[in-house]
Design a protein around this ligand. Structure first.
Ligand code: GDP
Ligand code: IMO
Ligand code: MG
Length: 425
C-alpha cells in the first residue's frame, strides 16, 4: 500500500473509520492529523462495535503505531473517557503516541462553545459543543496550551502570564462566565500531565524519521464540506479535513503522501446547521435515516439525509486532492425502487445552472437539485464479496457516479462490518 490519507468527502460520518480500520492492517503508522473529540468513528470488527473520537481507529491492530498529531485538539476528560471505554472492550494502548505539539481543550473552551451555541440565534452552527472552535481560535490567537507545556514549569507559567488576564476579562465581560485562577489552571494541568504521561512522544521526530520508509496511513476526521477554508463556511468545523490537512497536522510534509481516499456515502448526510441542497425532508429522507441508522455517534443527533450530490462530490475530489473514492452504505438502497443522483443545481431566481459548486452558501437556499434517476437493484448486496457478483443496476449506479465525479471508486462498502467490503481493481 502507498502512503494514504483517508478523508471524508461530504459533511462527515461517511464511514471513514471503517475504511481506516481496513487499510490499517497494511500500515505501520497511523496518524490522526486534525479535529478532536467532535469526531465519532465506528468500527465493527470481531463481533464488537468500537466507537472512537480521537484515538486512531488503527489501534485495533497490535503491530501498528498510532500517533495523534500536532494538528489535533485534545480534551483531556473526553480522552480519558474514550480510553476507559475502549479498555473495557479489551483494546490495548501500548502503541498509542501523542504529539507534544497537540493543543489542549480547556474547560473554558467547552463553556464558550456552549454559550455561543445558546446565544447565537440564527447564527447557530449546531456544533458538537466539544469546545473545538474556541480551542482552535486560541491556537490561532497564540494563547493556547500545548501538551508539551504540561511538562515545563517555564512554559506553563509564561503562558499563564501571557493569557490569563485577557482570557478572564473575555470570559467575564463577553460571556458572563466565571474567571479562572492561576492555581486552578495549574492544578488542572498537573492532572492532565499525569493523564497524558504514558503516551506523550517527545521523541516524535526520531519516530517519524524511522517510519519514513514504511507505510503510513493518515486518518482524517469530519469531511471536506466541513473544512474551515473550503467547506460551507461558516457552517463548518475549525480545522482542515481536506487531504492537505495531513501535510500540516501530521509532522510529515506533502511529499510523503501518495494517495488520498475520499470516503462518501451513496447518499448524503449532515448533522448540525448549514446548507444542504439535496436534503430530503419527506418520507424518502426518513427511510434513508431509518435504514441507514443515521444518528450521530458523538451527540446522538438525527442526521439530515438526502440524495447523492455529484456537484459537491466533484468539488471534494478537487479540493480534497482525492485520487480514489470509497463508496459506503450502498446496501441502504437495497430496497429502493429508484435512486436519484444530483447532477447540477438550478438557481430558481434566474434559471442559471451550476455544475461547479457555488461557494457562496448564502445563495444555496435558491438552488434546486437537478436529478437523474436510476433504477434500484431490489436485492440484498450486503453479503456480496466480488464486484462481478453485484447486480447490474448496482454496477450502473457505481459507473454513473464515477463518471460524474471524475474519480475512480476503488472500495465499495456494503455493510458496517470489516468483512462487508468489495475492493475494485
Ligand atoms: P465516520 O465518522 O466517517 O467514521 O462514520 P461514522 O462511524 O460516524 O458513521 C458511519 C456509520 O455507518 C457507522 O455506524 C458505521 O458502522 C456504518 N457503516 C459504515 N459503512 C457502512 C456500510 O457500508 N453499510 C452500512 N449499512 N453501514 C455502514
Ligand atoms: P466525523 O469525524 C459529522 C459538525 C457539527 C457542526 C459543525 C461544527 O465523525 O465525521 P464542531 O463541534 O466541529 O465545532 O461543529 O461540524 N461536525 C461533524 N459532523 N461528523 C463529524 O465528525 C463532525 N464533527 C463536527 O455537527 O455542524
Ligand atoms: Mg462520525
Amino acid at each position: 500500500m502507498k502512503n494514504t490519507v483517508v478523508i471524508g468527502a461530504q459533511w462527515g460520518d461517511e464511514g471513514k473509520a471503517k475504511i481506516t480500520d481496513l487499510l490499517s492492517q497494511n500500515a505501520d503508522l497511523i496518524i490522526r492529523y486534525q479535529g478532536g473529540c467532535n469526531a465519532g468513528h465506528t468500527v465493527v470488527a470481531n463481533g464488537q462495535t468500537y466507537k472512537f473520537h480521537l484515538i486512531p481507529s488503527g489501534i485495533l491492530y497490535d503491530k501498528t503505531t498510532c500517533f495523534i498529531g500536532a494538528g489535533t485538539v485534545i480534551h483531556p476528560e473526553s480522552f480519558e473517557k474514550e480510553l476507559n471505554e475502549l479498555k473495557n472492550q479489551g483494546v490495548d494502548f501500548k502503541n498509542l503516541k501523542i504529539s507534544p505539539l497537540a493543543t489542549i481543550t480547556m474547560p473554558y473552551h467547552i463553556e464558550v462553545d456552549g454559550w455561543s451555541e445558546a446565544n447565537s440565534g440564527k447564527g447557530k452552527i449546531g456544533t458538537t459543543k466539544r469546545g473545538i472552535g474556541p480551542t482552535y481560535t486560541d491556537k490561532m490567537a497564540r494563547c493556547a496550551f500545548k501538551i508539551q507545556d504540561l511538562y515545563s514549569y517555564e512554559a506553563l507559567n509564561a503562558k499563564i502570564e501571557m493569557m490569563l488576564s485577557l482570557k478572564n476579562k473575555t470570559l467575564e465581560k463577553v460571556y458572563g462566565l466565571e474567571p479562572y485562577t492561576k492555581d486552578c489552571i495549574i492544578s488542572l494541568c498537573e492532572t492532565y500531565a499525569e493523564l497524558f504521561k504514558p503516551y506523550v512522544c517527545f521523541e516524535w521526530q526520531d519516530m517519524l524519521n524511522r517510519f519514513k520508509d514504511k507505510t503510513i496511513l493518515f486518518e482524517g476526521a469530519q469531511g471536506v464540506m466541513l473544512d474551515i477554508d473550503y467547506g460551507t463556511y461558516p457552517f463548518v468545523t475549525s480545522s482542515n479535513p481536506i487531504g492537505g490537512g495531513a501535510a500540516t497536522g501530521s509532522g510529515y510534509g506533502p511529499t510523503m503522501i501518495q494517495d488520498v481516499i475520499g470516503v462518501s456515502k451513496a447518499y448524503v448526510t449532515r448533522v448540525g446547521e448549514g446548507p444542504f441542497v439535496t436534503e430530503l425532508t419527506d418520507e424518502i429522507g426518513k427511510k434513508i435515516q431509518e435504514v441507514g441508522h443515521e444518528f450521530g455517534v458523538t451527540t446522538g443527533r438525527p442526521r439530515r439525509c438526502g440524495w447523492f450530490d455529484a456537484v459537491t462530490m466533484k468539488y471534494a475530489v478537487l479540493v480534497g486532492g482525492v485520487t480514489h473514492v470509497a463508496l459506503t452504505k450502498m446496501d441502504v438502497f437495497d430496497d429502493f425502487d429508484e435512486i436519484k443522483i444530483c447532477t447540477a443545481y438550478k438557481d430558481c431566481r434566474n434559471d442559471k445552472f451550476y455544475t461547479l459548486y457555488p461557494t457562496d452558501v448564502f445563495i444555496h437556499k435558491y438552488l434546486e437539485p437537478v436529478y437523474e434517476t436510476l433504477p434500484g437493484w431490489k436485492t440484498s448486496i450486503s453479503g456480496i464479496k466480488r464486484y462481478e457478483d453485484l447486480p447490474e443496476n448496482a454496477k450502473k449506479y457505481i459507473a454513473r457516479v464515477e463518471d460524474l465525479i471524475g474519480a475512480p471508486i476503488s472500495i465499495l462498502s456494503v455493510g458496517p462490518d470489516r468483512e462487508q467490503t468489495i475492493f475494485i481493481s
